[in-house]
Design a protein around this ligand. Sequence first.
Ligand SMILES: *Cc1c(COP(=O)(O)O)cnc(C)c1O
Length: 410
Amino acid sequence: MNKINQEDRSLSLNYPKPDPYGSLSMPVYHALAYEFSTAEEMEDAFCGRTDEHTYSRVTNPTVQFYEERVKTITDAYGVTALNSGMAAISNTFLTLAWSGSNIVTSRHLFGNTYSFFVNTLKAFGVETRFCDVTDPADVADNLDENSCAVFVEVISNPQMEVADLKILSRVAHENNVPLIADTTIVPFTSFKAKDFGIDIDVISSTKYISGGGTSLGGLIIDYGKFDWGHSPKLSSLSEITESAFHFKLRKEIHRNMGAYMTPDVAFIQSLGLETLSVRYERHSSSCLELAKRLKTLTGVKSVNYTGLEDNIWHKVSQNQFGEYPGAMLTFDLESKDACFRFMNRLQIIHRATNLFDNKSLIIHPASTIYGTFTQEQRSDMGIKETTLRMSVGLESVDTLFSDIKQALEG
Ligand SMILES: *Cc1c(COP(=O)(O)O)cnc(C)c1O
């Protein structure tokens, strides 16, 4: 099934229990508990012999409908919707990791993911091994029988590092370890993670999918490809279910962590899904055009966007993401002062964190997202004082470019 058809299928998906009023969109079920006709039916549902809803921390019809739509678009085995991108990441690793296990990853990570690994998981005896994920030999050297995952961001935020995913998945799989990827930066309507050997996809749906910065959300997408018989933690389950990961996540971890998506958010993000590929086309083509124009400005020392032909990751990025690799770019001015002066003069572009709002956003990562990190951690992670990160919104490129020009010249 090709991309267009899958999205169309998602749009035409009817929710399974017809609404008595024939509502065309999915009703928002603000229901917490679900009533049963008999004690026997209740027993069956609670013991997992039927898949009726019991309690909305576990499943909810509106959230389930959203999960089904994502599953249709991504051709996944199982989708779990949570209440933030970080909930998706933490639930994934609580499912995979055990005390004494290790995660092999890059230093080039989103700030909270880095902190989750080196602070939160460390306290439970999980080691994080940093290596160069663009060097297969270095990845292989770090893997051993206690590795629970190779983890990578497909385009790291904000460093823009791009590993060759097919090579990375081959190295991981040769060592019987799953490849987990954060694909937030390029949405699944454009990038097919499954085709590149990614076993589990984690996404902050807060970003592109929510549409207009409306709501926090996270997705865990299990492509059902990995043989969990190789995992010391999940191998026994793999005898009773097709995906031990999905089973453990749904039957234990996500219920215990209590971070399931709420029905309002599922409704909003379900609408976001309907316009995702249209919005993304505009976001990403504007981003490439703006990156090209930024390079012509004196005062802009460098522009980092993997869609630019002279970017060091251009080739691998093009193979994986096509012409338009996301709608986030960074650029460098001569100093932190210059960055602050520039930001303060902007009139259209908003000084705010978040990515892929309909509005364009700008942030100085070193003093904000990484503001409480030590100087050494920042330099290890490739975070510079001179860098600004921009998320390109739906405004016209001309408007954005003239705002940037006036702020630089002022
Ligand atoms: C924003 C983001 C996250 C965290 O998502 P939240 O929804 O804010 O919890 C994780 N990874 C990447 C790449 C992000 O951009």
